[in-house]
Design a binder for this molecule. Structure first.
Ligand code: NAP
Length: 298
């Protein structure tokens, strides 16, 4: 029977450390790490995600500011706000909750965010950095999966990894991050013929398709590590992943549950990115101060 990887427990442990780091930043610069969240329109799911993120910020000592706009907001108004947040020294992270209404130029909005404050990791520079190995911020969900694997001491180097799902926010960055850590990676998507012929080879199987029950035991190698990123709401209201949890548990060595696996890690990585951003800003500020002090001496 597979060991269940407890994402909730790991997230709690990491958040304890983040609370201490946020307190240290506040002590050094007299301002807590700051996250600006931009929410457009009245999508119910987006509102819930934003509420959860704000609550998580409060719990670790990050000051969050939510900017709400009606769905009729113009591109120019959003770009104007982002420019002001980019220049605000007390804002360390800027997050635009997706999806945005169709009339907004998503690429323009994401690329207006300063690379140094792009805590979601969606700016083209940070996306490209995943390919070249010098990204500033890793996107939160795949980053959370890497942390889960590391916390379980699961080797990535030299392993066969199959990622099911090829979206820009989960599947593709996930594949790049695991390849950067030495895995041999196959990426599958909706047009993949005979998905099982790929998944059966995986030492580590990461599933992010948004299809409940997509992965059944016959598709999984005995002893594989199975990470279920999927979050699906069933007609009866229950939340489930993409993996047949009970069936696959009998075959895998380790498995993440839904809920309680990857989900809590995603928000935790947003907190981690925001605090890391504040730490970088602080050391940049201290270096500038040191340099100008030594210029005055000579
Ligand atoms: P998405 O943008 O809809 O992408 C889904 C991907 O899965 C696409 O690449 C699609 O292929 C592929 N796919 C769809 N059906 C498939 C099938 N039958 N076989 C193989 N591949 C299939 O979704 P996403 O944003 O990446 O999210 C994926 C899932 O993860 C969703 O359930 C979402 O709710 C969940 N999620 C969870 C978290 C978390 O924190 N746990 C965070 C983000 C997302 P094509 O590219 O060919 O269309």
């Amino acid at each position: 029977m597979a060991k269940v990887i407890d994402g909730q427990k790991l997230a709690q442990a990491l958040r304890g450390d983040l609370l201490a780091r946020a307190g240290a930043i506040d002590g050094r610069r007299g301002a807590a790490p700051g996250l600006a969240v931009i929410l457009v329109g009245d999508d119910a799911a987006s509102a819930v995600y934003v509420r959860n993120k704000i609550r998580a910020c409060d719990a670790v000592g990050i000051r969050s500011v939510c900017h709400r706009f009606p769905s009729s907001v113009s591109n120019a108004d959003l770009l104007d706000l982002i420019a002001r947040l980019n220049a605000d020294s007390e804002i360390d992270g800027i997050l635009v909750q997706l999806p945005l209404p169709a009339h907004i130029a998503l690429d323009q909005v994401l690329e207006a965010i300063s690379v140094a404050k792009d805590v979601d990791g969606f700016h083209l520079y940070n996306v490209g950095g995943l390919v070249t190995g010098n990204t500033v911020f890793s996107p939160c969900t795949p980053y959370g999966v890497v942390k889960l694997l590391e916390s379980e001491d699961i080797a990535i180097d030299g392993q066969n990894v199959v990622v099911v799902g090829a979206s820009n926010i989960v599947g593709k960055p996930m594949a790049l991050m695991l390849m950067a850590r030495g895995a041999t990676v196959a990426i599958c998507h909706a047009k993949t013929r005979d998905l099982a012929q790929f998944t059966i080879l995986a030492d580590i199987l990461v599933v992010a398709a948004g299809v409940p029950g997509l992965i059944i035991p016959q598709m999984v190698k005995t002893g594989a590590v199975v990470i279920d990123v999927g979050i699906n709401r069933l007609p009866d209201g229950r939340i489930t992943g993409d993996v047949d949890f009970n069936g696959v548990s009998a075959k895998a060595s380790r498995i993440t549950p839904v809920p309680g696996g990857v989900g809590p890690m995603t928000v935790t990585m947003l907190l981690e990115n925001t605090i890391a951003s504040a730490e970088r800003a602080l050391s940049r500020g201290e270096r500038v101060a040191e340099n100008s002090a030594s210029e005055r001496l000579f």
